[in-house]
Design a protein around this ligand. Sequence first.
Ligand SMILES: Cc1ncc(COP(=O)(O)O)c(C=O)c1O
Length: 417
Amino acid sequence: MASTEETRLWHPFADMGAVRQNELVIERGDDVWVWDEDGNRYLDATASLWYSNVGHGRPEIAAAVAEQFKKLETYSAFGDFVTPVARELASTLADLAPMAARIFLTTGGGESIDAAAKIARRYWSAIGQPDRTLLISRTAGYHGTNGFGTALAGIPANREGFGPQVETVQVPHDSLEALQAAIEKAGAERVAAVFAEPVIGAGGVYPPMPGYLEGLAALCKRTGVLFIADAVICAFGRLGTWFGVERFDVQPDMITFAKGVTSGYLPLGGVVASARVAEPFWQAPGGPMLRHGATYAAHAACCAAALANIDLLGRDGLLNRGQEMESVLYGALKPLADSGKVSEVRGGVGTMAAVELSDELLSARPGAVGELVTAARAQGVLVRGLGRGVAVSPPLTATAEHFGLIHDAISHGLSTF
Ligand SMILES: Cc1ncc(COP(=O)(O)O)c(C=O)c1O
């Protein structure tokens, strides 16, 4: 049931004219399930916003955070300060990273994107190539809503209406030729970095074409351009590995992460910076300094949540499950393509999928995506509306039975059209 009492909360990405008296108030959760304030139960087929990888209500994470609070809520990580738990998390993440790395911590995904963009530009200026400032991203890419992330948006609507922004170029997400042409047009000596999600998430769940990411990495290597893998969705088990990129034969210069690193129990994100990128800043006292970072970077309670979450992902075999279950989820939803109302079911790489509605349906019923989300919700399943369809990315604890429920709810929604 939706709350009809006027809210004072300005929701992100919301039509507040519609939502102001029509919120869905989620009150509690347990594993793949959440309940609204009226006691209605929903299958969380989206792991909230792609982050509840270990599922809701894990007492192990609550206990780890409580323990940290008893010792010290947090302390600054600016300058030479640090807490034991922040040091431990950085070591753990550096050990798990697919390349020799230093770890820069933030409070979320968008902040990690902005940190990576600034690290890239600062790296180039530190090594005497200050003209390398241009950032390239891909159509359908989503990189958060901070300053750089907004400018990098591959979903045009997310960039529009905010006035002049940092200089970026967007290239079609599946074309290496277009990427190469963009680098040549600008001149490699002007390009700082390319941002790419291993599997595009919020822009519609697009797994990469075979060889695409490898080709992108090779092109970056040839031209010196930094390759920044945005693994905010793909990491911590969503693709069955720690950082998602291990599924491909690539070694990024930086990896951004957030979401699944704590499964959302507390806000945390970060940048895995390769030795190449970190080196100028780390080599000797008096070297260049990265004048960037937020008050709550490396927040101790958030680091404790991350460590407990990482422990659970390994202990319960959830890390691998993102890959083990990918074809089961895709197989469960694929038959929806035969409904006559669906143009494509995408997925198969990681436990994430999208069901895109047909052009005919979308032109006949422009509100079909919203109607489908509402219909699935009435069946007790929360799916996420995207531009042309719905996406699902359930907690990694979800089973084939849950995937069946997701199929049935979407199928029922489609049958009402
Ligand atoms: C790939 C990707 N990058 C960055 C972000 C931004 O993260 P946040 O919403 O934590 O700022 C998101 C959020 O969905 C994302 O999917």
